[in-house]
Design a protein around this ligand. Sequence first.
Ligand SMILES: Cc1cc2nc3c(=O)[nH]c(=O)nc-3n(C[C@H](O)[C@H](O)[C@H](O)COP(=O)(O)OP(=O)(O)OC[C@H]3O[C@@H](n4cnc5c(N)ncnc54)[C@H](O)[C@@H]3O)c2cc1C
Length: 328
Amino acid sequence: MDTRRPTNSAAEEILGGYFPVLDHGFVSLVDYMGGDEDVERAARVSYGYGTRTQSRTRGLVRYLRRHRHTTPSEMVELKFHCAMPMFVARQWIRHRTANVNEYSGRYSLMPLLFYTPDSEHFALQSEVNNQGRGDRAAAEVHAEAVSRWDALRHESGALYGSLLASDVAREIARIDLPLSTYTQWYWKIDLHNLLHFLTLRVDSHAQYEIRVYAEVMAAMVRRVAPLSYEAWVDYDLAGRPLSRGERRALAALVRADGEGGLVGTGAALSSDDLSGCGLSGREVREFLAKMSAPESPDFDLDLGTMRSAEEMAQLMEQAVPAPREATS
Ligand SMILES: Cc1cc2nc3c(=O)[nH]c(=O)nc-3n(C[C@H](O)[C@H](O)[C@H](O)COP(=O)(O)OP(=O)(O)OC[C@H]3O[C@@H](n4cnc5c(N)ncnc54)[C@H](O)[C@@H]3O)c2cc1C
C-alpha cells in the first residue's frame, strides 16, 4: 500500500538495514517520522503536504538552528535498534530524552558476546586528559589483556550457562556477566535531542566506543533530514560560541568595513593582551584552538556493510548458551 506520509528515498534505502559497529554491535534505523519539510511545516504551522522549494526549506532550517528555535525539530523522530557493550550503554542511557526499551536479561537468555578492543584502540592513559586515552599500548600488553579477558569471559559465560542448566532464574544467573557483554535496545528520540546527543558523542572527547555508534547515527540523520544535518554540522558541530572576552579580542583585530565586509585593524594581540581581554590562560589556549579552521566531518554509511535483520538475529541467537547443556 502506498503511504501518504512524507518519506525520504535516502532513508528508505537503509531502513531496517543493520550496520555493524565494534566487533559484535550494530545500529539499525528501524523507523522514522518526518524530515526537513516537517521541521518547516511545524515552524510555519502550515497545512497539508505541499512541496516547498528546497532553498526555502534550507534557509528556514538554518535560521531555526542558528537562533536555537528548536521545537520544530522535535516534530521529527527516529527509532533505532542498537547493540552495544554494557559499558557503552551506561554512558548512552544518560541521555534522558529518549524512549528506551532494553533487552531483558531477566526474561531472555543473554548472547555471550563480549567486546574486545583491537590493538589500534588499546591505549595508555592520557597524560593530559584524565578521562581519555593517550598513545597506543605495547602489543604485548594488548595480547596479555586479550588472553586474560578471554579466560575471564569463558569462566563467566560458563558459570552463566551452568546456572541456567541448573534452572537458576535468568535474573540471577546473569549477574556476573562482565560490562563488556553486549546488550541491545530500541531507542527512539526526536531530532532536536538526537542532535544534542550526537554533538556530545561524536566529539573527540567522547569515548571511542560510543563515538563509533554516534558516527553511524549521524550518517543516518543525514539521510532522514539532510538540511537539518547540514545546519547541525555548520552551527553546532563545527561552530563554536564566543565568550565576551573572545569577542573583545576579535573586535580588536577585525572590524566591519561599512560595505558588508570585514577588514583587519592591523593590530596584533600578545598573550598579555589576551589576558587583558579577561581570558585566563586556559581560556586563551581554548580560544586559539577555536581560531583554527574547522575540519569538515563527513559522516557516511558504507552500504556494503549493511546486513539484514534476519542475519543479525541469527548471529545473536547463535551466541545464546543452550540452557540445558552442562558447561564446564
Ligand atoms: C565527554 C563526556 C564525559 C562525561 N563524563 C561524565 C562523568 O564523569 N560522570 C557522569 O556522571 N556523567 C558524565 N557524562 C554524562 C553527562 O554529564 C550527561 O549526563 C550526558 O552527556 C547527558 O547529557 P544531557 O543531560 O545534556 O542529555 P539529555 O539527558 O539527553 O538531556 C538533554 C537536555 O535536556 C535537558 N534536561 C534533561 N533532563 C533534565 C533535567 N532533569 N533537568 C534539567 N534539564 C534537563 C537539558 O538541557 C539537557 O542538556 C559525560 C558526558 C560526556 C559527553
